[in-house]
Design a protein around this ligand. Structure first.
Ligand code: UDP
Length: 416
């Protein structure tokens, strides 16, 4: 556990299943650092579990996005409940009677009844979901979690529509946020950007394993080439396949960079390794001239701050940032790019339209619509003025609504 500082007020303990590689880890890292600085007692506990448990919770993740067969709930129920019972025994002595617990995502929601029985206030923060799932999937999910949801004091959610059909007494809408001063977002100059890209290897090497991670490319990214970037976990819902499929139709000067966390390090996402392999396969099947303009990167997060600086540098180097998610809870990678004044082309799905208003501070296209995506990216690549206009609007909308101070205040409300 990242121990809460001794400070004023009750301890707030966040519980999730990964300390790196995804949006929840990003948020909790920033919130706990911020609260430490402010002297507010906030802890972060990352629970460790079996591969079988994470296979079940990855299935839940897909179900929350309206995919997969609900029968996996029956098959996985015993593993899910048994592991969380073991976890509750393990962490029992670390949780104080007056601690306030915040459980993140479905992986930890099953701890709610245990927490409530101990008398702790307990909240569930739901970061994922879809506005499009079938009644059958929704009913199966909410039945599976019915007694957990009865145990929580309230549910915090990015997009209230994600909870459609659930029996919940209190819902608080809480949007994610980024820390402008953290290594992920802090301003770095062009020389530092170039130095980080040198370390990653995109500018110099032809496929390498370095301290920053692993890079697959036939040739380096030329200094002045327009770069189109997607940063995401290696997950079928992120639309990486969709990005790679259309490279040959993008402006021929464009280099496409797809970067994600090294899946071997993201233990609660067992699909990552196969998904990266699929992306590599797709890369290798591209005709050589197209392939030479594609760069895949698996970034190591062994050193968290360095990893964040590498993502920062990639985002700052990009001319256009894309997020072709099939489903997306919110998309912090979008917020990060917008904050850096980048024009973003993203899909109209899940929480993304909360951040992007089409042609105001970015461009929206329908998930899976290749033609619209190609037109949008090519338009931005060709039009520097439009890039600057949308990028400036993007930055100011993040400054208005999605900075960390607001999120820590949202969590502070739970202490009252
Ligand atoms: N990220 C990171 N290191 C990496 C790749 C991604 O820290 O090597 C971060 C990224 O900057 C963002 C988060 O992982 O903060 C992904 O959050 P998002 O909400 O976009 O997607 P999620 O993975 O939670 O579905």
């Amino acid at each position: 556990m990242r121990e809460p500082v001794a400070g004023v007020g009750r301890r707030l303990i966040h519980i999730n299943t990964s300390d790196r590689g995804g949006g929840v880890a990003e948020i909790l890292d920033n919130v706990t650092r911020h609260d430490e600085f402010r002297g507010h007692p906030t802890g972060w506990m990352v629970i460790d579990a079996s591969d079988e448990f994470f296979a079940v919770t990855k299935g839940l993740h897909h179900l929350f996005h309206g995919r997969e067969d609900p029968s996996l709930l029956e098959d996985g129920a015993k593993e899910y409940r048994d592991v969380l019972e073991d976890v509750s025994v393990l962490i029992e002595s670390e949780i104080r009677q007056d601690d306030i617990l915040v459980l993140h995502d479905p992986q930890t929601l099953g701890l709610a009844s245990w927490a409530a029985q101990r008398g702790n206030p307990v909240y569930w923060h739901c970061h994922i979901g879809t506005l499009r799932s079938s009644v059958e999937v929704r009913e199966a999910l909410w039945n599976f979690f019915a007694h957990d949801l009865r145990a929580v004091d309230a549910v915090l959610v990015t997009e209230p529509g994600f909870l459609q059909g659930a029996q919940i007494s209190r819902v608080l809408v809480v949007h994610p946020a980024i820390d402008p001063d953290a290594p992920k977002n802090v301003r770095i100059d062009a020389a530092d950007v170039a130095a980080h890209l040198e370390t990653i290897g995109t500018n110099s090497m032809t496929g390498a394993v370095g301290t920053a991670g692993r890079v697959w490319q036939d040739a380096p990214v030329p200094d002045h080439a327009p770069v189109v970037l997607q940063v995401s976990r290696w997950d079928p819902l992120k639309g990486i396949r969709d990005v790679l499929r259309v490279v040959e139709h993008l402006d021929p000067r464009v280099h496409v960079v797809v970067a994600g966390p090294d899946p071997a390090e993201v233990l609660d996402d067992p699909e990552g390794v196969d998904q990266l392999d699929e992306a590599l396969q797709q890369l290798h099947e591209l005709p050589a001239p197209i392939r030479s303009r594609v760069h895949l990167i698996a970034l190591s997060a062994q050193d968290r701050d360095l990893n964040a600086l590498h993502v920062n540098a990639l985002q700052r180097r990009a001319d256009v940032v894309v997020q072709r998610s099939v489903e997306e809870g919110f998309g912090l990678t979008i917020t990060e790019a917008m904050f850096k004044g980048k024009p973003v082309v993203a899909t109209r799905t899940g929480g993304i339209p909360r951040q992007i208003k089409d042609r105001v501070n970015g461009l929206l296209v329908e998930p899976g619509d290749d033609e619209a995506f190609i037109v949008a990216v090519n338009e931005l690549v060709a039009d520097e003025g439009l890039r600057a206009e949308l990028g400036a609007a993007a930055e100011s909308s993040v400054r208005r609504g999605y900075l960390i101070d607001r999120l820590v205040r949202n969590y502070d409300m739970l202490r009252k």
